[in-house]
Design a protein around this ligand. Structure first.
Ligand SMILES: Cc1cc2nc3c(=O)[nH]c(=O)nc-3n(C[C@H](O)[C@H](O)[C@H](O)COP(=O)(O)OP(=O)(O)OC[C@H]3O[C@@H](n4cnc5c(N)ncnc54)[C@H](O)[C@@H]3O)c2cc1C
Length: 645
């Protein structure tokens, strides 16, 4: 595992470290610690794009010179010579700039600095009453036995599956059940119950794609995806919606694929729901969901329990931590279900194997090439299934020479929300990961209306979303972190982005919110504000960097706030946005001019190269996508096995 701290920055990094230390002093005031620059630099090492990292380092180097600092800060001295107050004003100036570049710089530096403080155990967490991990991880044995790669190696099998998440794990089990010899290659490590430290920075580094540093190129939306054996299903919040009928009908229309409405996909959705133990009987709300439910009830708005894929889940304070892995094994991730099924049928699993290329011979896939623990791993196979997620699957196909529709039509379900300040302790990091949702906005906005949910918010990620306009103001809000709650809005986006690859073959994610989606974000955010106010919040704020708040009960305050946040805007980094659901970047369809894979999940361009993950969605699912992905992957296994027999 990569180390995230550097005891001492290397000599060449000293100018960067000095600038970061000065900026941290401006951003955090007295909380800034000497470790922060090293932690931020180590975080930059995890960026997907070396170009982005080099650009950021170049800016830091400029800020260490008089001329560069004069241009970027207005002060004719290196940033390291600024007082804390001057550094704070510089960051605020960048944040409020009319230009996108300084705004992005502020957003990156503030987020990285906050995470470098609040994702690490220490006095700042003690001050806010965050109790850190709830004891040590249990000492339980691992249930899978991945193959170790100790030298350059070649494996031979029937089907090689790239990725082990919702799609990869499910398709591997189905293929193994059909009697095929399967190899699963997973770029993340193998972390199970005994490894889940529940320390935020360790979870970010060990369980998330690019250490949780991935974002759209304009930094408008942070992209959160799992990267470990089991992929997103290990870190996700267990919400298990079947694909709604209106979405299946749209998918059939858009793709020209009848299976979405013929009952075929439905049968697979039923099968995976049963394997995962999906139930609405394990959705006891914690304080955060209870407040959202209370607000929705006060307003007379729709509210329903969420179906979840858990067995033996205590639904108590310990649950809020399982975004960093469920220590009890109650979460029915692919690691605990389909990968075990596959392994029991002889599937070989390799972790730490980063697949760089699909081997293609005469427009036919014949295997893959990966880097595994510093060795070259080739897997020869009759078929390749790409299930690396909607960012990495198109990246893999693009660097293997595919083009056309590959990488297009990316949807992100961009999410944002409002924080409400309550008199009582909420500790919004605790409680069942997700227990309630509301689809009230579908009544007014139709099938593309956003849904409202909550998520557990831990200080490392939360501190970067809490508005920052000054060190003291942010610190005062962090002092009340335990009194905050969240209502989030998740937009079923019509905007479509694109995954491209850089010179090293790594993904770059281009995405811009269109006007319709901006309106839906505004409507969703306004609804969040109303819900939190109705639940008894004393103050409600959006996740804009500048604190935009209203105090419930003051006449006209809500309306003025809703208008102000709408005017402040949502695109291009104006507000903190998160994508937990990436979809559609190799979409399924009958027509190669508008889609990347056919009804059997096979790419239009390369025979026996299949895609079985969230990339194949014809449009955004509108609900949390895990079960839809698994349902499609379950069906895909049958189709691929039939083609190979
Ligand atoms: C914190 C969080 C909470 C979420 N909560 C929910 C929820 O409650 N309900 C829900 O429905 N959805 C939820 N989601 C979304 C859901 O988990 C994902 O949409 C789903 O896991 C995506 O499935 P996938 O198969 O497309 O990709 P993933 O599950 O992301 O799996 C892809 C795997 O491929 C691996 N990989 C990538 N590139 C390579 C490569 N080159 N070589 C080898 N392996 C590679 C990755 O490391 C990863 O493990 C959540 C996601 C996150 C991150």
């Amino acid at each position: 595992m990569a180390s995230v701290t550097r005891a001492q920055p290397a000599p060449a990094e000293r100018p960067h470290a000095e600038v970061l230390a000065a900026l941290a002093a401006g951003i955090l005031g007295p909380d800034a610690t000497p470790e922060i620059p090293g932690r931020v630099l180590a975080t930059l090492d995890q960026l997907a794009s070396r170009r982005d990292r080099d650009q950021l380092l170049a800016i830091l180097r400029l800020l260490a010179t008089r001329a560069g600092a004069l241009t970027l800060t207005g002060h004719p001295v290196p940033v390291s010579r600024l007082t804390n107050e001057q550094a704070e004003a510089v960051v605020r100036g960048w944040q409020e700039s009319r230009w996108a570049v300084p705004r992005r710089l502020a957003s990156a530096v503030v987020a990285a600095t906050m995470t470098a403080l609040y994702a690490w155990p220490g006095p700042a967490l003690e001050r806010i009453g965050y109790q850190g991990p709830l004891g040590p991880a249990p000492d339980v044995p691992k249930r899978l036995d991945p193959v170790a790669v100790t030298a350059d190696e070649e494996l031979v099998c029937d089907v090689v599956v790239v990725g082990s998440g919702a799609g990869g794990g499910t398709v591997a089990a189905g293929l193994a059940e059909a009697g095929l010899d399967v190899v699963v290659l997973e770029k993340g490590g193998y972390a199970a119950e005994a490894d889940f430290s529940h320390v935020e920075h360790e979870a970010n580094r060990d369980l998330y794609l690019y250490g949780l540093t991935l974002a759209t190129t304009d930094l408008g939306c942070r992209i959160i995806a799992g990267s470990t054996l089991g992929g997103g299903t290990v870190v996700n919040y267990t919400t298990s919606f079947k694909t709604p009928d209106f979405v299946l009908a749209e998918w059939a229309r858009v793709s020209g694929v009848d299976a979405f409405v013929s009952g075929e996909v439905q049968a697979s959705l039923d099968a995976v729901a049963e394997r995962l133990g999906v139930t609405t009987e394990a959705s006891r709300p914690g304080a955060r969901d209870a407040l959202m439910e209370k607000g929705l009830a006060q307003l007379g708005w729709h509210c329903a329990p969420l179906p979840r894929n858990v067995r033996g889940c205590p639904q108590d304070a310990s649950c809020g931590w399982c975004g960093m892995g469920c220590r009890l094994g109650a979460k029915q991730s692919t690691m605990r279900t389909y990968l075990e099924d596959a392994a029991a049928r002889g599937t070989r699993i390799v972790t730490g194997a980063d697949v760089r290329r699909v081997l293609i011979n005469d427009a036919r896939a014949v295997g893959v090439e990966a880097r595994a623990d510093g060795h070259r791993l080739r897997v020869r196979a009759k078929a390749v299934v790409a299930a690396a997620g909607a960012i990495e699957t198109p990246a893999l196909l693009l660097r293997s020479g595919l083009e056309g529709q590959v990488g297009r039509h990316l949807h992100l379900h961009p999410g944002t929300g409002a924080f409400g300040l309550f008199d009582e302790d909420v500790r919004f990091w605790e409680g069942t990961t997700q227990a309630r949702y509301s689809a009230v906005l579908r009544d007014t906005l139709g099938e593309y209306g956003p849904i409202l949910e909550t998520v557990p918010v831990h200080p490392g990620t939360g501190s970067a979303a809490v508005p920052w306009a000054s060190a003291a103001g942010h610190r005062a809000l962090m002092d009340r972190f335990a009194n905050l709650s969240l209502c989030a809005t998740l937009t079923r986006d019509t905007s479509s982005g694109r995954v491209r690859v850089d010179r090293d073959g790594n993904p770059r994610v281009l995405y811009k919110l269109n006007a319709t989606d901006e309106q839906h974000v505004a409507a969703g955010l306004a609804a969040c504000g109303r819900v939190l106010a109705a639940a008894g919040a004393t103050e409600v704020m959006s996740l804009h960097p500048r604190r935009r708040t209203f105090r419930p009960g003051e006449p006209g305050a809500f309306e003025a706030w809703a208008e102000a946040v709408r005017q402040a805007g949502f695109g291009g980094g104006r507000i903190t946005m998160f994508s937990y659901h990436q979809m559609g970047s190799c979409r399924m369809g009958a027509d190669p001019a508008t889609s990347a894979v056919d009804a059997d999940h096979q790419t239009h361009q390369v025979e026996h190269l299949y895609v079985a993950d969230s990339s194949v969605f014809p449009t955004a699912s509108g609900v949390n996508p895990m079960l839809s992905i698994m349902g499609l992957a379950h069906r895909a296994a049958g189709r691929i096995a039939a083609r190979l027999s």
